[in-house]
Design a protein around this ligand. Sequence first.
Ligand code: SAH
Length: 253
Amino acid sequence: MSRRPGFPARLEPFAGAPKPRGNLPAAAPAAAPGGIGLDSQAVRLRMVQKLAGQGIADVQVLAAMSLVQRHRFVDSALVNQAYEDTSLPIGLGQTISKPNVVARMIELLLGGRREASGKLGRVLEIGTGCGYQAAVLSRVAGEVYSIERLRSLHEKARENLRTFRLANVHLLFGDGMAGYAKGAPYAGIIAAAGGDAVPAAWLDQLAVGGRIVAPTSMPGGMQALVVIERTMTELKQTVLETVHFVPLKSGIA
Ligand code: SAH
C-alpha cells in the first residue's frame, strides 16, 4: 500500500481555470475542455447557492464545494454536466456522487464539530474514485486518508489531484473494508460505497467523539445513509434518508 503522494506542500485554494497547455497562441482563452473556462467559479457559485437552497447550511462545507473544480475530475465529454446536480460515471462502472450528496454527507460527518484549527481532525474516506470528494474533504479536515480498491481509479485520482497540490490528502491503494489502522483513530470515516453492514474495522478505528457516515443496506434491500457516533460509553446509530451508492466490495482489483 502506498502511503502518501509526493504532493508539494502548498495549497492553491483559488486556482482558477486550468492553464492552457501546449502551443496555444498567447491570446487564446484559458478554457477547460467542453467550454467551462474562466467562469467556472461563477458556475460553482450557482451550484453552491442551489446546495444552500436544498438545506446545506454548514458554511465551511459550502465554501469547500465552491473551491473544488469538479469539472477537472470528470471525463472531457462530461465537463458541461460537472456542476449539475447529477452523479456522473468515472469509469469501471463507478460514479462520482451528485454534489448534493457529497455536501450532505460531509455536513453530517462534521456534525458541527471542529478542532481549534477550525477543521475536523483526521478523516478516512473509503472509495477514492476520481478523488473529487477527497479534495472537498481536504478543505474541512486536517488530514484525509482516502483508500481505493481499484488500482486504475487510485492512479486516476492521483493524476487528478496532482495539480491541486493538497499536502493533507493521502491516497492509499487497498481494501477499505479493513479501514487504515495506521491513520487511526479517526474523527470521521466516510464511505462512498454501500455495504450490508458497517465493517467492524471502521468502528475500531473511530475516535471517541468520532462519526461514521456510510450508505448501508437496510432490510428489504434499500440503501440508507447511516451515521454512527462513538461516545465514551456507546456507539449510537442513526438511519437517515434512502441513497443509491455503488456496492462496497472486498479485495483489490
Ligand atoms: N468519492 C468518490 C466516489 C467514488 S465511487 C469520488 O469523489 O469520485 C465509490 C468507490 O468506492 C469506487 O471507486 C469503488 O471502487 C470504491 N470501493 C468499493 N469498495 C471498496 C473498498 N472495499 N475499499 C476501497 N474502495 C472501495
